[in-house]
Design a protein around this ligand. Structure first.
Ligand code: NAP
Length: 283
């Protein structure tokens, strides 16, 4: 392997230590930061995610409220819970775990979260703030990817960055963050005819598709930074990303592993956003 691995676990540990210090400073002023995590239904993956988020809060000294509701909860009942959390002075960030049961409109729920508590950064207003360069909450996964890229020491100004995937939660905000950092950005998606044509020219490639081996060694420019957002299972049932890690690591300059790359950073940036929300609230 020639690429240098980007250790998301180590970077997370470092950022979470800073978060814990900021949380302790707020708590000392009687303003402990608080995050509410709301889960509706029994999706097994969601249960693991929310458990990890609540534990991360606990470890960092952030107050957390975990609300678990049956899948039969109505949309009106969920909106009422969000309204109550919006009004709760101990709560600075609200996260409603997706996906929601079919009978609940996720957009309605996301838009019901007060913008100053939208620590996931998924609302239309938060997306607009990102688009226009205004301060606001950046979606946690792409925000974490930016920290991982920064940790390589590479200056993005004038670099060509290619994002594979255009979801509202990962691909699109990722592209906007890279643009904000003065990279020249290309976005590829399922209708892109030759993804390799674009990625071979890229100094930075971020892959967020949700399919194994979307990026192979012959699609990567030597020395490029490769960030793998994907979470898939390989034939042995083990967690793997979208990048053919073994072969791409022979060509890239830096690469994130799966697990241990983007995954830990997503929760870390949720904590960062929650602390920022609490700090703004405390003045
Ligand atoms: P998503 O909403 O399903 O979006 C996937 C994107 O990939 C879409 O834009 C789709 O294009 C594109 N795509 C699908 N097949 C493609 C192909 N063959 N070639 C090129 N592009 C293709 O997924 P997501 O929420 O962005 O998540 C992507 C992956 O990241 C998933 O594996 C997810 O589990 C993982 N993830 C990880 C974390 C973490 O913390 N590690 C956080 C979030 C997501 P179209 O728009 O044209 O359909």
């Amino acid at each position: 392997m020639t690429a240098q691995p980007i250790d998301g676990t180590a970077l997370s540990t470092q950022i979470r230590a800073e978060v814990a210090q900021r949380a302790a400073a707020l708590t000392a002023r009687g303003r402990q930061p608080g995050l509410a995590v709301v889960l509706v239904g029994d999706d097994p993956a969601s249960q693991v995610y929310v458990r990890n988020k609540v534990k991360a809060c606990h470890d960092a000294g952030v107050h957390s409220v975990f609300e678990k509701h049956d899948a039969t909860l109505t949309e009106a009942e969920l909106l009422a819970r969000v309204a109550a959390l919006n009004a709760d002075p101990r709560i600075h960030g609200i996260l409603v775990q997706m996906p929601l049961p079919q009978h609940i409109n996720p957009h309605k729920v996301i838009e019901a979260i007060a913008t100053h508590k939208d620590v996931d950064g998924y609302s239309v207003l938060s997306a607009g703030e990102l688009m226009t360069g205004l301060p606001g909450f950046r979606p946690c996964t792409p925000y974490g990817c930016m920290k991982l890229i920064a940790s390589t020491g590479i200056d993005l100004r004038g670099k060509h960055a290619v994002v594979v995937g255009r979801s509202n939660t990962v691909g699109k905000p990722m592209a906007l963050l890279l643009l904000q950092a003065n990279a020249t950005v290309t976005i590829c998606h399922s209708a892109t005819s030759d993804i390799g044509h674009h990625t071979r020219q890229a100094d930075v490639v971020v892959v967020a598709v949700g399919r194994r081996n979307v990026l192979r060694a012959d699609m990567v420019k030597p020395g490029a930074v490769v960030i793998d957002v994907g979470m898939n299972r390989n034939d042995e049932g083990k967690l793997c990303g979208d990048v053919d890690f073994k072969s791409v690591a022979q060509v890239a300059g830096f690469i994130t592993p799966v697990p241990g790359g983007v995954g830990p950073m997503t929760i870390t940036m949720l904590l960062v956003n929650t602390i920022e929300a609490a700090e703004r609230n405390a003045g």
